[in-house]
Ligand binder design. Sequence first.
Ligand SMILES: NC(=O)c1ccc[n+]([C@@H]2O[C@H](COP(=O)([O-])OP(=O)(O)OC[C@H]3O[C@@H](n4cnc5c(N)ncnc54)[C@H](OP(=O)(O)O)[C@@H]3O)[C@@H](O)[C@H]2O)c1
Length: 246
Amino acid sequence: MELKGKIALVTGASKGIGKATAELLGNSGCNVIVNYASDQNGADEVVSVLEELGVQAVAIQADISNKSDVESMFSEIKKQFGTLDVLINNAGIFDMNDSPESLEAFENVFKVNFLAQVMVTNEAVKLMKTGKIVFLSSVHGMIGHGRPDAIAYSAMKAGLDSYMKNLAKHLAPDILVNSISPGKTLTPMWGEMDDKTKNEMAQDHLTERWIMPEEIADGILFLLKNDSVCGEILTVDGGMALKTLG
Ligand SMILES: NC(=O)c1ccc[n+]([C@@H]2O[C@H](COP(=O)([O-])OP(=O)(O)OC[C@H]3O[C@@H](n4cnc5c(N)ncnc54)[C@H](OP(=O)(O)O)[C@@H]3O)[C@@H](O)[C@H]2O)c1
């Protein structure tokens, strides 16, 4: 797909992977809607970068787990752009209380990372005649031996993979749907870390370093440009899945 002049919505684009993706899409000639939840400064900075690249950009605040926020965001998109070609379902959270016993963490994680994506996707599809949708999965959705302190997060990402594949079948050939599955990517999601922890966690990858958000954005760009990948999960994990299986 030629990206120049296309309209793209990136959810959670005020920082991290969403920010890197929004900026790469702008570099490829897309006009970008920069969704954010609370970080208006971050979103405004991304909009400035995009405007300097010569594309149209707008920041829209919307908690994607809130139905009326999502509806308002899409009526604004309809008013300003009239259509949508690309949806990057990126916004997400990690709940620090994630554990096998915490029903609250399960509810929170599934509400913000899963049901919200379904809500956003359903609204987006109403504006998309053709185009591409990409979900942010995680290598934790497919690592079979699990990580109990990320049990809700892992179950949610595994569920998202199944949802993505069913949706791909439902929307093809007009809209192609895929996921990208990152390993540990250096973004604000990980919070503050001392150097020792950061270095130890880098070793979870065969590449022995953290993945950069721009490397995930690069994978997303591939999924958008290529018109024969459909219902696929592109793993960009520095060999983490292989390493943890050993
Ligand atoms: N980082 C990793 O290692 C990693 C690995 C695998 C998968 N992923 C996935 O990649 C995606 C992005 O992660 P990241 O690391 O870039 O996260 P991040 O740095 O924490 O950024 C999260 C973004 O999502 C937005 N957001 C959170 N809740 C929202 C809501 N309810 N409504 C709208 N926006 C919301 C935030 O907006 P505000 O800042 O404005 O509140 C922010 O822009 C997530 O789906 C995550 O699960 C990340």
